[in-house]
Design a protein around this ligand. Sequence first.
Ligand code: SAM
Length: 478
Amino acid sequence: MELPEAFLEHMKDLLGAEYEAFLESRKSSGFRGLRVNTSKVEAEKFEEISPFPLEAIPWIPNGFYLKEDAPASRHPYYAAGLYYLQEPSAMTPAACLPVEKGDRVLDLCAAPGGKATELAARLGGTGILAANDISNSRAKGLLKNLELFGEGNILVTSENPERLVSYFTGFFDKILVDAPCSGEGMFRKDPSMVKDWLEHGPDWYGAVQRKLVEQAAQMLKPGGMLLYSTCTFSAKENEGTVAHLLVHEPEFRVCPLPQYAGFSPGRSELAPKETGGLSKDILEQLKHCVRIYPHRMKGEGHFLALLKKNGECPEQENDSGRQSKFSEKSAVSCPEWEQFSRCLGISVPKESLRLYDGKLYSLPKPLWNHSIRGLRFLRTGLYLGDAEKKRFTPSQALAMYLKKGACGTGIDFSVSDPRVIRYLKGETLDVDGMDKILPGSGWCLVSVDGFPLGWGKLVSGQLRNKYYPGWRWQHAAG
Ligand code: SAM
């Protein structure tokens, strides 16, 4: 597909003498990347066991380049949530938001979860990751990816951000706005984005983005940090949106980002044309933004700005927020879970347990007393399983949440064992002699090289397959 003239003109303005190099870079088809899920395995350890040749991405500690033909989405380690497949530049925003343990983090435009999965991994089971996407169908994919990664301290919503503001004003320590954009940085990898550009170009997206950053600003605590990112080159959508925030929310300042060879500074001189006169101070701040160009780095076009909201971060409220649906019900006692979890040696705080219509959840602490009544959510916390008729049926999410070696009972296949693939396809397996049954239940955790994949039920040396039907591999493709 031919590139729009207006886009090429803008690139000439932006790049000057480098324009030809940019056009030359379009002859490559781009790069594939793999990001290791550090909540399940350290990057160095994964490098040792990786089934595919890897080459480190210099600016991403847990990111690697993958060869084009590596069948990485059809491998049991993928099903075990050990990695996410992501274009290398797209790994940068989550890596640059300084998430700390215990933070309340919001990913406002999160589907399908390329950044949310990394943010959750960095929280390491503490605090909360609220991941939202306005599209309900895309939010379903987001939930799947977070569950595949084994994340339990989550809230997954599909809301218009305007509604989120009324629930979460001043609530979050860190917010990522990975905004919908005109996608110019992805034209090389996905030429179909040109069609969308022709329908909704930088003007249209610029208006959406300005609203999103204003809404995010309201949900951030004083002292909190906001990372704004796009995969476009448009100065209107990039420096223009950041300048809009700085003008309308003067308590924000742009912070310098860690520098890597190939990162280019923000183009402050291109923003004023679109936003009207900007102060010298704002023009200086815009230089702290980072641009990623495909002719300077092995990655697609991206833009990032890290902003800090002035003020001191108040102490975390002592669970004294509005009365919530959850606190009204308060913690539940669930004998079926108690017995099951005792057998497995799993522990979640008793106060975190909530039971709805027979489904048992462990809620992240920041939600214990915070009302989300009326929000459209797909998941609150870790879905543990179903308790009914004195029986507990564990969920797929619980299997993924369990860490390697955390459960001494179950069946562990070596990755070279053909039964792993058969398990992922939903088949019943002969496992005579290798069973380690959970006393009194028959349930067993099935894993590959120690990394959990799902559940099974042992009956007379046979493993009845309890791998979540919606995740099973298709027979023909495997
Ligand atoms: N962060 C995602 C990742 O790394 O996988 C990619 C996000 S994509 C660039 C932008 C997302 O914003 C899309 O999934 C789209 O559905 C969502 N979106 C569009 N308009 C939105 C809005 N007003 N509020 C929230 N999300 C929105």
